[in-house]
Design a protein around this ligand. Sequence first.
Ligand code: GDP
Ligand code: MN
Length: 384
Amino acid sequence: MLMLEHHAKLLLAEHGLPVPEGIALAGADAGPPPFPAPWVVKAQVPVGGRGKAGFIALAQGEDELRGALRRMLGATMKGHAVRECRVERAVADGQEAYVSFSIDAKRALVNVLVSAEGGVDVERKAHAIRTGAAAPDEAALAAEIDRLTAALPQAIAPAVRAAALALSRVFLARDLMLLEINPLFVRADGSWMIGDAKVITDDNALARQPRLRQLVEGEAATYPDVAFKLAHGFDFVILDPEGEIGLVTTGAGLSMKLVDEMAAKGVSAFNFCDIRSGQMRGDPARLIYALHRMAAAPRIRAVLVNIFAGITNLAEFADLLMRALDAVPELTAPLVIRLVGNGEARATAMLGALDGHAFVLEPDLDRALAIAAGVAPRKAEQFA
Ligand code: GDP
Ligand code: MN
């Protein structure tokens, strides 16, 4: 999950890193912040390039502050509505440096990038970036940071080194996928300050990151997908509100494959879903939730149920599915059901008794997909 800058900076400040004083404001008339001007007004959207797009503004006083807030709040940047701005104490002087850590999953290493020349045009200053990689432990990262920062201009190297060392510890402690500071302000006296922070968390590590979990749960409107997963224990993401096919599927990889294959057939999936049938334990709540969302979607033509069961018993799943259908009578789209694996025969027999809802059982994945996508000619009796 990509954190908003404001939350990323709260996190870094909690780790003792120097972050400019700042507050989040959702309205223009809240009064001045409790620290002196000049202020920087920064739109909180989960995309970069705000400076160039006019969503970072310097305000010398209250009038300019209100003006900038009025201009940004409610505006849209790259498809994201600005609901909040971070207003912070402007960093008066300082060179703009750059530091980042990111997971290189293929090599099981951490990529480390440092540069004395950061800022909004960092991509065009690629020649100045020193890159390396190290094992994901403090000592290995420290050694790599020493090596890389030794090559930077002498005036700035100690500050970038100190910042990078402190940041590397947060990166490891919080199980981050990406921690990028651009700009890292470095003043003439060698002190440094976090100018901007881009943080991507590893959502699979949230179980052991109570502070990150707390943040997500407290900001459920900002991080709806992750908050949903934490609350309900499974993935359900609306991909296209106008999508035509609802998916009730298990397995993240298989679900993604289905979404892709539908796109290739020219139909759009309404949702991505990993229902984790093995964890439902006799409770159809997850299915009821998914079917409710589909019943409320305006353009769904069919619901594709695709469950491949190893340990899960499909007869149990079929029972839960029938109970969920009973609980969501407003769902009128037909179901295309593919159940393969443990308990298949009993599940099929049980579903044969399902009445009141149009469905077709199709054990072949390609045919099930084609029927759901409306590509294959449907026989009238299939949806009798
Ligand atoms: P981004 O464009 O979305 O990456 O937003 P940033 O937070 O990185 O801000 C973009 C640029 O605005 C920075 O590279 C700085 O040049 C400038 N900027 C942001 N905050 C400050 C500040 O406190 N003081 C100064 N002098 N410049 C700032
Ligand atoms: Mn930036």
